[in-house]
Design a protein. Structure first.
Length: 93
């Protein structure tokens, strides 16, 4: 789980600007799974993960005090300039 406005904790909270492209890295997430034959993987990208994680009002306001919410649009770029990828390292047993 990574909230884009907290993408660089050293710089603190950085609200996203609409229609601007951002690079998000998920280097420090703790994930591990053993995939058995027939298993499948899914990547989910969403604007909110409520109630499992704090709500995201999509307004730039702090999530714990926002009074209004708005709809979010998420774009994933796959062109040559903004190539997107998911790298899944394989650890042999």
């Amino acid at each position: 789980m990574l909230r884009a406005s907290y993408r660089d904790l050293k710089k603190g909270r950085q609200v996203l600007t609409p229609n601007r492209v951002y690079e998000l890295r998920f280097d420090n997430l703790i994930t591990s799974n053993v995939f058995q034959k027939g298993h499948r993987i899914r990547v989910q990208i969403s604007a909110t993960f409520f109630p499992n994680f704090s709500r995201n009002p999509q307004t730039g306001e702090l999530e714990n005090s926002a009074a209004t919410m708005q709809k979010a649009n998420i774009s994933i770029y796959t062109d040559r300039t903004h190539a997107s990828r998911i790298v899944l390292p394989v650890v042999s047993r």
